[in-house]
Design a protein around this ligand. Structure first.
Ligand SMILES: Cc1cc2nc3c(=O)[nH]c(=O)nc-3n(C[C@H](O)[C@H](O)[C@H](O)COP(=O)(O)O)c2cc1C
Length: 191
């Protein structure tokens, strides 16, 4: 069984909706088990992320997808606290060769969401992980996926009408893509 973890922070639920779409996409791939982890306030003590059990569960995943709302052009402090806690794994590169991907949202169409994705990419690289992009060119897919033109990861723009259907579909697509690639990588390793 391939294991895929989704770790994210959300207050008003938009990032959570994206996480659910990613989970839906990843779960559509056979022999892939998906677990979502929403960062919560009990896991944060004096600004530090302290949930070692969650980190241990993520250790067992073949792929980890990171999510955070964009706050002031970057990840939320709560997600950053989680990222800082992974420094304990960094010395021995314990997450090396796991797949990684990311998703974010913002209230502006271009509210610097790409900076958040760049941070996820940097975090993944620090951990020796392999970044999965979105192979859907803006304007060139039947479902009009990736409507905001971000191939680094899922970017959503939330307006008064809520989360855009295409952003949901793009999140689902990325979840499926990461799950399929994790499966492929696992099969080639066991050959
Ligand atoms: C402190 C703060 C900073 C924010 N900064 C940005 C920003 O830089 N760019 C943007 O597009 N939206 C920004 N927003 C809007 C949030 O990204 C947006 O409301 C998002 O949907 C919240 O995600 P959630 O529903 O998962 O909590 C900010 C919101 C807050 C509370």
């Amino acid at each position: 069984m391939i294991r895929l973890g989704i770790v994210y922070f959300s207050v008003t639920g938009t990032t959570e909706l994206l996480a659910q779409e990613i989970e839906r996409g990843a779960s559509s791939v056979k022999k892939v088990e998906v677990q979502s982890f929403r960062i919560n306030k009990k896991q944060l003590v004096d600004g530090r992320f302290v949930d070692q059990n969650m980190l241990a569960q993520l250790d067992t995943c073949d792929a980890i997808i990171f999510g955070s709302p964009t706050y002031m052009g970057g990840v939320s402090s709560q997600f950053k606290a989680f990222a800082d806690a992974t420094s304990e794994l960094w010395c021995e590169q314990l997450w090396a060769n796991k797949l990684a991907a990311g998703f974010t949202c913002g209230s502006a169409p271009n509210g610097d969401q790409s900076s958040t994705l760049h941070y996820f990419f940097t975090l993944a690289s620090q951990q020796g992980m392999l970044w999965v992009s979105i192979d859907a060119a803006h304007g060139y897919t039947k479902k009009h996926l990736n409507r905001l033109g971000s191939q680094l990861g899922v970017v959503a723009h939330v307006s008064g009408d809520g989360l855009h259907e295409v952003d949901k579909a793009t999140a689902q697509y990325l979840g499926q893509r990461v799950a399929e690639l994790a499966k492929k990588l696992n099969q080639s390793e066991s050959m």
